[in-house]
Design a protein around this ligand. Sequence first.
Ligand code: PXP
Length: 239
Amino acid sequence: MIRLGVNIDHVATLRQVRRATYPSITAAAALCEKAGIYGITVHLREDRRHIQDADVYALKEILTTSLNLEMANNADVVSVALDVKPDEVCMVPERREELTTEGGLDVAGQLASLKPVVKDLSQAGIAVSMFIDPEIAQVEAAAALGAPCVELHTGAYANHSGPEREHELQRLMIAAKRAGEIGIQVNAGHGLTLKNVGPVLALPNLDTLNIGHSIVCDALYVGLEQAVRAFMSSLVRDQ
Ligand code: PXP
């Protein structure tokens, strides 16, 4: 069975559109944990549009599973990570004007600036992952930096259909295979739903899927715990 990390950024989005004190991030995380997830993921964005610093500290305090903090290579956010010490950090690219993380991090093109951050986070005992497009050069660059894990961006796969989707799936397969050969953990995520996740389960060496938007949306109909449970039962690979 593939492990499920639930991204609860959009619980915070609902709260922040009114600058309210609800819905509670920690209560939402606890419901996901009750459903049997592997861990919680949040993205502390430079503009703090959804998750706030206090959310990250509160989650670290209450979680009984794992905390994965997504973040850009930004000194301010890196210092929060070094203070909170989540179990994992996933380095992502970030543009203020984007609606969501649109592409993977260009690890191969940013080796020099990423190197000291990966070193500091690793020395703090945090497992570092890189959110990358499914390209062999990016997988190899992440490995060269000493990252024990990559997260393959499934957004292009999710956004296409027909032969283009099949092409994107093949790219994911090739990148996942290479990561396995090098010996780094393969995670994946972005844009995945109950409808499109099936073929992704066939990625070689796949360990964890990080899924957010569709689960929080499904929760409007069935409740968060049930939405998570539904995803968990769809993550069983055919033998
Ligand atoms: N993984 C990473 C690195 C992300 O940035 C996101 C979106 O914040 C996700 C997974 C989850 O994507 P979605 O919300 O589309 O499921």
